[in-house]
Design a binder for this molecule. Sequence first.
Ligand code: SF4
Length: 251
Amino acid sequence: MSQQKIEQIAAQLSNWRPQLELKTPGEILLWASAVYKSRLVFASSLGVEDQVLIHFLGKMELPIRVFTLDTGRLFPQTYDLLSKTTERYGVKIEIYLPNAAAVEKMIRARGINLFYNSIEDRKLCCEVRKIQPLQRALRNTEAWISGLRRGQSGSRQTTQVIEWDETHQLVKINPLWNWSEEDVWSFIHKHQVPYNPLHDQGFASIGCASCTRAVAPGEDVRAGRWWWEQDSHRESGLHSARSKQTSEAHS
Ligand code: SF4
């Protein structure tokens, strides 16, 4: 996309941001659906924030395409939740799998549990199992919805209600941008939204079974992901350090 076009989008997002900041998540989803229509997609990892958003989509019957990534290494509880969520809300969730030939090539060369070898091998695995399917899922879209919140750690602390995703060259909409963790859980319990039972066993952020563990009370939620690595490396690349406010135009 040309720099001029990106600057035009940046100006538009800056205009929209103040009014969107006053809206509820349901109103933001309704607005996004009306503005972007079929060029909008919701990427769900089935985490608690995403479950809140699916609840809104299902109850409001919004015609927004939903997809999730099946890396092939998820917990059995996550697959059960996927099935339960589809049944409860009647929302069709498109499942994107990694390219079988790419996985075969990778694990033959680097081993079935290559992610424990090195940061490079872990990133390769995330690239093949998550990033590439994500890129396929985002094709032909202009905007995507995520469950990111400011209260989360790392680069998520600067999350805006609407922002420019530099890596994917898409507008990113974060309806829960200003929700706290307490807000999310209170909504989940109040509306009996299905969630992954592993959360009740100390799993804060749930990804692949091989790369996720429970955390101690008070420990950073991201500490349960890729715990054998240094803090600065602990992102899969799906949402890390690349969604920027275009108005600030920093990289
Ligand atoms: Fe591979 Fe672990 Fe990344 Fe899942 S989280 S894609 S198993 S490295």
